[in-house]
Design a protein around this ligand. Structure first.
Ligand code: SAM
Length: 240
């Protein structure tokens, strides 16, 4: 992705309309519970990527996902879009000792930033990184006989194409398992008029995400809910 797209002009990646309220949540709940190594990973990501570090999952959302995985007793999960590894480490820490998270991302350089923190967290044995784009990575998993084996799938890459991944993701997740599509409220722009002026970086993905949101609601194979945490995450539970 073109890193020049990430500028200081981007709105804050939270849907809360009061910055003070977000600050309150972070200060009161998220930061005090964040592991030191994850804080250090956030800092290392900002140092290397500057504004592009906005790609990292928001901390309150990461903590929510970690808790969800524990409640689900998830053992095997998949993540498309690993970047420097904040969400994959949070996931690996939430899985049991013999759990496994498969991460797919074509950007090995970004993943390497996270490797020392993966080691610090002691979760190397739970993470399997596949250096590939999402489509080829998922095809590989299907060909490898992993259909219906994932308890949870976090889809956090290639947003304009989410809808084209949906059938493959539904095959990979087990019946009763969850797919989480990230950024489905797209900085709040999904609620704006089509004519509203938007920065180019937001304009491009808005249409595909609007289409996805309608398609997920209409899909009889799942039940879904849009959560307004972070930039919006749609959870889809496979029904059959
Ligand atoms: C929003 S970031 C992921 C953030 C990550 N979950 C975290 O917590 O830090 C998106 C990632 O998707 C990757 N990506 C871009 N296009 C992709 C594609 N077609 N398939 C898979 N990953 C892709 C980028 O390299 C980037 O690292």
């Amino acid at each position: 992705m073109d890193s020049s797209l990430f500028t200081a002009d981007l709105p804050c990646k939270s849907l809360l309309q009061s910055e003070a309220l977000l600050e309150y949540i972070l200060r009161t709940s998220s930061y005090p519970q964040e592991l030191e190594l994850l804080k250090q990973l956030r800092e290392a990501t900002v140092k290397k990527y500057n504004f592009k570090s906005v790609l990292t999952v928001p901390i309150d959302e990461a903590q929510f996902l970690g808790m969800l995985l524990k409640v689900m007793n998830a053992k095997k999960t998949l993540e498309v879009g690993v970047f420097t590894g904040y969400s994959i480490i949070t996931t690996a820490l939430a899985l049991p000792e013999d759990g496994k998270v498969v991460g797919i991302d074509p950007d090995r350089e970004a993943y390497e930033v996270g490797v020392p923190f993966i080691k610090k967290a002691g979760v190397e044995h739970k993470i399997h990184f596949i250096e590939a784009d999402g489509m080829s990575g998922l095809k590989h998993l299907l060909e490898n006989g992993e259909e219906g084996t994932f308890d949870f799938i976090f889809m956090d890459a290639d947003k304009d194409n989410y809808i084209n991944y949906h059938d493959m993701l539904l095959k990979l997740v087990r019946v009763g398992g969850l797919i989480g599509y990230d950024n489905t409220l797209w900085f709040g722009t999904v609620a704006l008029d089509d004519e509203a002026p938007l920065p180019e970086v937001l304009k491009r993905s808005r249409g595909p995400l609007l289409e996805l949101n309608s398609a997920l609601t209409a899909d009889p194979r799942i039940e879904s809910t849009i959560l307004s945490i972070g930039d919006g995450i749609t959870l889809c539970r496979r029904l059959y």
